[in-house]
Design a protein around this ligand. Sequence first.
Ligand code: HEM
Length: 200
Amino acid sequence: MKAWKTIVFSLCLLPLGYLGLGIYREDLGPNPVEYLTHETGAWALRLLLVTLAITPLRRFTGWRRPILLRRMLGLFAFFYACLHLLIWLWLDRELVWSNMLEDILKRPYITVGFTAFMILLALAVTSNSFSMQRLGRRWKQLHRWVYGAAALGILHFIWLVKADLLQPMIYLAVFLLLMAARLPGLPERKPAPFRRKVAG
Ligand code: HEM
């Protein structure tokens, strides 16, 4: 599993590396701030959907190991959402808090994005084993809000796109499919028990 974790960790860092390289080469197109905002937002959403795909994957294949990658994937989605917010705050709003507050209150797509971010923040800070133990059954209820965060992330995207709705509609279709895959009564495979490697 350690090897899988290292591979997935490295894969999740690839978009960051690619963006870093673009910054270094000054090769981010005519509007670098817009490009960085779009890419980090898109990666936050993509990784959120990959995180949501883990449960259906286990359900239909019986393969349990990817569950152990779910927290890492979710935290990476949050990481890209943090970058997204930071770029907007710093490069777009130039850290003027009154501008930022005005945008959050007056521009609906920002309000929705901000709400999604706050949900992701709550999930990230309670993603550790300590919070899991302290919150008990409430932990699961709280972490169901991940569906809300993904839905709001997609709504944020739909709202900000003025003309070509194809991309946000693809995200919406994937999200709805992942939600449908959770419906009761679908054929599923019993998960195989974890096999431990025996030394010697
Ligand atoms: C306070 C929180 C947030 C703010 C202020 C914010 C702001 C923005 C802005 C300014 C844009 C570009 C809009 C334009 O082109 O005119 C954008 C795009 C986007 N944001 Fe956010 N966002 C926030 C949270 C989120 C979150 C949590 C997600 C994902 C879960 C997300 C996903 C996206 C996506 C997918 C795009 C479009 C990317 C593309 O064009 O390919 N945003 N956001």
